[in-house]
Every structure is written in structure tokens, then in C-alpha cells.
Design a protein around this ligand. Structure first.
Ligand code: DON
Length: 599
């Protein structure tokens, strides 16, 4: 893994020309040159001890990288007041619920990988949503709306953050919520990204809805105008909810007044979540999935996320190909990556679901199985996805893709704590349902179950039994927050949004750093690709780039089909830790906006 060194930049994504941290191009250039010019952390520290917010930063004492500059700054403030990286992660998560409401949340769920200093490996604080007790495997139709109260899973975020804090945090719980409460009360300055996000959300809802009230007039939106950069978003109801969480404690969400508000919302919209569902919700600390790749130990989340197991299969397969000895963008290299993804997503569809409910074959993470899968790749031809799946009946339907909803942030401190957290409402703003009077959004995570048993289609809907709905079961996720160890120490934390593409995005950045020895900046900037078994097509950010036209033609000749969609894939926020000095390099994706803040 490379520490900072100058390289050519490859930048992908429609937002890449607009650094939404409001810095000018010359400022960005200056910042980049600054980083390149710095040859030692000692020099860096003496030059710039103050807080820095940008799409990359280098620091000694702490680092927070998230999609939101204000939330990253909250995390760093917590580190400055003596909190560790877990405290900072909890505070950042609460802040994101205010500053990035399309994905930051208290009404959703996720996965937090925590690496304590001197521990041999990280743990995973799992806070995935559960199916309400009244849910059944056949409760949805194929064309079921994604935006109803029936799509809401029992939220896990508050329980997960409380568990992480209780086990690993240091500061008082209320101190971690106070900054978010303040942001909700006093308001946040809307930037271009938040304005676009809020306007998109408002376009999806009825004007009489609670969403329209909270993110419209009550939020401070100018009458009759869309949100614009420079406006101020205030969320008084959310501030009140956060105050209750701070003062009464996280239990208020599950058994107290906030729980009653959620249940009342469910009654209003014919939802399924009851007071008992909320009271019975538990987050878990689970052992991570481990895979040895080259000389590195890669840790990802276990079921109910498919991320760790899929990464183990992918890295196990790709290790057999000695990719690093060839050009990354040669047809041979890209072909085996695509074919590996195709095979792994097929295994995902066949076997993966909540391991508290279904038996998942242990062979999936065995190195021999990865070798066996790798050997099944035809070096010259794409394998039609349906040829792999003789055991799954596939019906004729089409559409859809995976957006960049969800959000990931990474945190590290000087003591050696490292946190990698991905959490989500599922789609942007989840169900679009704001709990009346409580100011927060509810997820629509039930959509991550195999919604219609036995219905698998070419669009990518899966109908296999492992991930069908059952009361209390957790829906299968693709969230993949990872922490990579090198020589027994955490070296790299990263993750991304993007539904199933999350796994491909994380794989791409891991290959960039661990296999191709790219600096983190370049690994994050590099074009991304995804193949999810079904639909049987490659999503490649570089598909229309003349630089890759020969590659794309060669792959088409091997039988690969490319999606027309060239939208950006994922939004990675990563931290690299220098093994010698312990210095921290934060890199935020530039596909959207993002902010690395160090101190
Ligand atoms: O847990 C998951 O895998 C999804 N709910 C994440 C959603 C996401 O990243 C955006 N989806 N299209």
C-alpha cells in the first residue's frame, strides 16, 4: 500500500468538476500541490495544525471522512474534546442524520466495523433492521410501491450507535448527540449537493405530506422556490427528538415517547411495526468475515451483510490471477474481475440470507472454494449468467439500477482506534415517510428481502429462499465497511453506498491499493465497474471514455454486454494509516462531494 506520492489523476462521475466543498479550482489545485509537496508528516503538522476540510487531508491526531463537511467537522470536534474514534463515529452518525438526511439517519440501520487499538482484529457492530412480527414471506406483490409504511423495517441505528458507545466509547452519550442537536436547532447551511438532494426528495412527495412540511416551509425553504446553496435548513422536530435521545437515552426510541410516535405513524399509514417490535429490537456485536489477501488481512461485515462473504470469495478468486503483473485495464485483467463478480453474485443469490434464520454453507469463505470458482472462468469468453444458474428459474422482466443512496464514513484517532461505518435508509430518504412531529425519516429496508418468493428475473430481483421474509429476520445487505490490517495493525478503512454495487466498488478500491499499489487518492478516483450476475451486463464508468474504447471493444468481443448507464458508482470515504508514523491520510470521493477533516 502506497503512502502519498504524485500520480496522474483519473476522475470519474458527473459531479467531479464541482467540488462541492465550495473551494475554487485554484484552491483545490493549491491543496493538491500542497499535499504532493509535503514529504513528511512532521513538516505537515508544523505548517497546518488547524482544522482542514477538503476532499483529502493528512493529519496526525485524528481523521473523519464523510459525505458531509459539517458532519466530518463534528467528528473531529469530538476527537478534540477527548473522545476516541468510536465516540467520533457515533457523533458523526447523528450529525449526518441532520446534515445529509437522504442517507444519514436514526430511522435506518447499518454496520459499524470497530478496530480497537492493539486488538488482533476488528469487530462488527451490526444494527440491521428487522422484519416486523406481522410480516409474511408473501406480503408483497411484484409491483409493490417502495414508499409505504409496509416497507419500513424496525430501525436499528439508535440501538447500534448506543451499543458501539456502551462497549467502546469514552465520552458521555449526550455529548455525542449535542452537536447534531445544535445543527438541527440552529440549522445547517445548504450547499449545492444538499439543495439538489432536498429538491429531488420534495419532487417525490405529496405537498400535504410530513416530508414536504419538514423539508419545506418548516425547514426554512423559501416559499415557492427550490432549495439553493446558501439557504439554511432548520429541523426543530428532529432537534427535539435528538434532545430526548440525549437526555432520556436510546431506550426512548424503542420503549419511550419516540417509540410511541413511531407506532402512531405506523397506525396512520397501515404499517406493521408495533411497540413490541421496537421493544424487542437488539443490535449485535458480531465477529467479522476475514480474508487473507496477499500479505493483508481484510475484514468485512458478516451476515446479514453479504459484503464480507462476497469480498472473501472475490479476493480469493482474484488472488489466483496475479493481476498486479499486468496492466489493470488490459482485457484479460478486466475480464477476470467481471467473471469473478458474476460468479460471486450468483453464489450470493443462491445462498445468502440472515444466518440467524438460514444455514449458509461454510465453504463460501474457504480458499479452496474461491480457487474452484476461479477455475470455472473461461479466459476467452464471458459466461452467460443464466448458464451458471441451472438451479434458479429466471423469469422474463426488465428495468432498474442501483443508486448511490446510503452513506459511508471512516474515522481514526491517534490512539489507534479505527471505525468504518456504512448505514442507510435503503433508497434516498428511505420510505419518504417522516415520523409526524418527530422530524426523522423511516427506512424502506424491507425491499432488501427477496420480496416475491421464487421470482428471480433478469433485472436482478432475486427470489431464492435464503433471503425471503420472516418475522424478526434481518434483510440481506450489501453494505461493506472494511478495515484492512497489515502486519497486525489497521492500515485502511473504507466503504461506499450503492446497493449491490457497494461490493464491486469496495473491491475496486481494495485492488487499487492492495494489488496495484496505487496511492489511495488514485485508487478512489479510478473508474469503477460492476457485474451483479443479473442483470447480465457490466456497469463501467469508463465505458464512453476514449481511453477505454479498445478495452470495451475487446470485452464485447469476448461476449460482455455493457449497460448504457454511465452514472457514477459509489461514494467512497477512506482513511489510510501510515505504518511507521501513524499519520492519517483521509480521502473523500469526488464523485459527489465529501470531506476529509483531520487535526
Ligand atoms: O443494505 C443494502 O445493501 C442496501 N439497502 C443499501 C442501499 C444502497 O446502497 C442504495 N441502493 N440502491
Amino acid at each position: 500500500m502506497s503512502w502519498i506520492r504524485p500520480t496522474a489523476l483519473l476522475r470519474y462521475g458527473k459531479h467531479d468538476l464541482t467540488d462541492l466543498s465550495d473551494r475554487t479550482l485554484s484552491e483545490r489545485t493549491a491543496s493538491w500541490c500542497f499535499i504532493l509537496a509535503v514529504t513528511s508528516i512532521a513538516l505537515m503538522t508544523s505548517l497546518a495544525p488547524a482544522l482542514r476540510a477538503a476532499s483529502e487531508a493528512t493529519a496526525e491526531r485524528g481523521m473523519v471522512v464523510s459525505v458531509s463537511p459539517a458532519a466530518s467537522a463534528v467528528g473531529v470536534e469530538i476527537l478534540k474534546t477527548g473522545g476516541n474514534a468510536v465516540d467520533a463515529a457515533v457523533a458523526t452518525a447523528f450529525a449526518l442524520a441532520v446534515t445529509w438526511p437522504e442517507a444519514g439517519n436514526i430511522g435506518g440501520g447499518g454496520f459499524m466495523m470497530v478496530a480497537p487499538p492493539d486488538a488482533a482484529s476488528p469487530v462488527c457492530v451490526e444494527y440491521r433492521e428487522t422484519a416486523p412480527a406481522a410480516s409474511t414471506p408473501t406480503m408483497y406483490t411484484l409491483d409493490e410501491s417502495q414508499f409505504t409504511h409496509r416497507m419500513v423495517g424496525v430501525p436499528g441505528t439508535v440501538a447500534g450507535l448506543a451499543l458501539a458507545h456502551e462497549r467502546y466509547g469514552r465520552l458521555a452519550w449526550r455529548e455525542l448527540i449535542a452537536p447534531a442537536q445544535r445543527l438541527a436547532e440552529q440549522g445547517v447551511t445548504v450547499d449545492a449537493a444538499l439543495a439538489a438532494s432536498l429538491n429531488e426528495g420534495l419532487a417525490l412527495v405529496e405537498s400535504s405530506s410530513e416530508f414536504a412540511r419538514v423539508f419545506g416551509k418548516a425547514g426554512g425553504k423559501p416559499d415557492g422556490e427550490p432549495w439553493r446553496a446558501g439557504d439554511r435548513l432548520r429541523q426543530p422536530d428532529l432537534a427535539h427528538t435528538l434532545r430526548r435521545l440525549a437526555v432520556v437515552g436510546p431506550e426512548d426510541f424503542y420503549t419511550g415517547q419516540i417509540a410511541r410516535q413511531i407506532v402512531a405513524e405506523m397506525v396512520r399509514g397501515d404499517g406493521l411495526i408495533t411497540a413490541t417490535d421496537l421493544a424487542e429490537y437488539r443490535a449485535n456485536v458480531r465477529p467479522p468475515v476475514h480474508v487473507r489477501f496477499r500479505s493483508f488481512d481484510v475484514y468485512g461485515p458478516p451476515l446479514p451483510s453479504s459484503g464480507g462473504i462476497c469480498l472473501a470469495m472475490l479476493l480469493g478468486m482474484l488472488e489466483t490471477f496475479e493481476l498486479g503483473e499486468r496492466d489493470r485495464w488490459s482485457a484479460d485483467s478486466v475480464h477476470v474481475v467481471i467473471e469473478s463478480l458474476r460468479r460471486v453474485f450468483y453464489q450470493r443469490a443462491r445462498y445468502l440470507g440472515d444466518s440467524d434464520f438460514v444455514d449458509v454453507p461454510a465453504k463460501l469463505t474457504a480458499p479452496e472454494f474461491a480457487v474452484q470458482l476461479a477455475r470455472s472462468i473461461d479466459p476467452d469468453h464471458a459466461t452467460p449468467s443464466e448458464d451458471l444458474a441451472t438451479d434458479i428459474e429466471i423469469s422474463d422482466v426488465t428495468v432498474a439500477g442501483e443508486g448511490a443512496h446510503t452513506t459511508h464514513f471512516s474515522v481514526a484517532d491517534a490512539e489507534g482506534w479505527v471505525v468504518s461505518n456504512t448505514y442507510t435508509l435503503e433508497q434516498d430518504f428511505g420510505s419518504l415517510i417522516v415520523v409526524r412531529g418527530a422530524g426523522f425519516l423511516l427506512n424502506n429496508e424491507m425491499g432488501d428481502f427477496n420480496r416475491v418468493p421464487s421470482h428471480t428475473d433478469r433485472e436482478g430481483r432475486i427470489g431464492t429462499p435464503a433471503n425471503t421474509i420472516a418475522p424478526g429476520k434481518r434483510m440481506l445487505s450489501s453494505q461493506t465497511p472494511v478495515i484492512v490490517y497489515d502486519d497486525g495493525q489497521p492500515r485502511l478503512a473504507l466503504g461506499s453506498p450503492g446497493g449491490r454495487t457497494i461490493i464491486s466498488t469496495v473491491l475496486g478500491v481494495l485492488l487499487g491499493t492492495l494489488e496495484y499499489d496505487l496511492p489511495l487518492r488514485d485508487a478512489v478516483d479510478a473508474p469503477r465497474l460492476h457485474h451483479g450476475w443479473l442483470p447480465d451486463e457490466v456497469h463501467f464508468e469508463g465505458v464512453d471514455d476514449p481511453e477505454f474504447s479498445v478495452l470495451v471493444d475487446q470485452l464485447k468481443q469476448r461476449g460482455h454486454r455493457f449497460a448504457d448507464d454511465t452514472s457514477p458508482q459509489g461514494d467512497v470515504h477512506a482513511i489510510l494509516i501510515d505504518p511507521v508514523s501513524g499519520a492519517l491520510q483521509g480521502v473523500a470521493d469526488r464523485r459527489r462531494r465529501g470531506s476529509a477533516v483531520g487535526w
